[in-house]
Design a protein. Structure first.
Length: 338
């Protein structure tokens, strides 16, 4: 299970590259040009099925496609994603969130594809991995010689022994952090008690996200963007969430850390700065920080690289560990008298 969770975690960190490989059509963009948001919305609605409504627009951070999300209130809030070329607003692909290789990888990492109790199993696996990392560090630390000896390549030892020793030591602390943050995410009720956060906040936010979008918002989307821009004059706009039957405000999210959001009332057009979802007093909640550390979101390329390597580490350490075990077993067998 360590191997499955680790490799799937690495795949999720580099999901953009893997998604490009598995779905090249949706990344066939012609440039980073910009059409009006009204144009994107109109084109997205051309592929809408009966009863579907536009829920949000997400702009790429790089050279990827722009996405319009369509929601069907009559089908249990079922969603479809329309991928558009930002430069031309041409439809590149249409997909459901349950399809595709990366969705399967995400489910494997979060629940091992086990219904109902899969998330709990992943949480216990994370705690077991954390204990393994701690015990490994204790066994690894040399009784004499200090840090240089601890990370040194041992003469006389085989490649498998040295690789297991050095690689395990180098990745143990990041792997410990990922194991603990993964367990925190897998046990949300326990995490809420430990952090003192409101356990109902996530449920309220989820209910808001699943609320059906308004069929006909009062304001035009480009008017909304213009009303919000003075409150975020330099930040790149990433997401526009349309008003819903639960909240008649437009929500615009900008590419800042922490995330800046602006709410625009659909009836009056009044714009006001808001807090990032889940934040308190302008800062990030404990849950947000844990999620960012675990996922690598907004943490920079170095930490994302560390996460990717840490995901491969259980496989590498498992292989070298089996090799060492087999050699010890063979050595003991050879030393026994006939």
């Amino acid at each position: 299970m360590f191997v499955l969770i680790g490799l799937s975690g690495t795949a999720l960190v580099i999901d953009d590259g893997l998604d490009r490989l598995t779905h090249p059509r949706r990344y066939a963009v012609t440039g980073e040009g910009h059409q009006s948001y009204a144009r994107y919305l109109a084109v997205g609605r051309t592929v809408a099925q009966r009863g579907e409504r536009a829920a949000n627009i997400v702009r790429p951070a790089g050279t990827g496609p722009l996405t319009v999300t369509l929601v069907s209130p009559s089908a249990g809030a079922a969603r479809r994603f329309v991928y558009l070329d930002p430069a031309t607003a041409r439809v590149l692909d249409v997909a459901t969130p349950d399809g595709g290789v990366m969705r399967l990888v995400h489910r494997l990492h979060g629940s091992l594809l086990v219904p109902a109790i899969g998330r709990t199993i992943v949480g216990w696996v994370g705690l077991t991995l954390a204990l393994s990392c701690l015990s490994g560090l204790v066994l690894w630390w040399p009784r004499s010689g200090g840090i240089r000896r601890a990370f040194g390549w041992r003469r006389g030892a085989g490649p498998a022994t040295n690789l297991h020793h050095v690689a395990g030591a180098g990745i143990a602390l990041p792997l410990l952090v990922l194991a603990l943050t993964g367990a925190w995410i897998s046990f949300p009720n326990v995490a809420a008690v430990l952090s003192g956060e409101d356990r109902t906040r996530g449920a309220v936010r989820l209910a808001g996200m699943l609320a059906p979008p308004l069929a006909r918002p009062a304001l035009a989307i480009d008017t909304v963007v213009a009303r919000a821009r003075p409150l975020a004059p330099a930040a790149p706009l990433r997401t526009i969430i349309l008003p819903t039957e639960r909240s008649a405000d437009w929500t615009l999210a900008y590419d800042t850390q922490p995330m800046l959001t602006v709410a625009v009332a659909d009836d009056s057009g009044v714009a006001a700065r808001g807090l990032a979802p889940g934040s308190a007093a302008g800062g990030s909640s404990v849950g947000q920080i844990v999620r960012r550390v675990h996922d690598g979101t907004g943490m920079g390329r170095v930490w994302n690289g560390v996460i990717a390597i840490a995901g491969i580490a259980p496989t590498l350490l498992g292989i070298t560990g089996v090799v060492l075990w087999w050699r010890r077993r063979a050595s003991r067998a050879a030393s026994r008298p006939d």
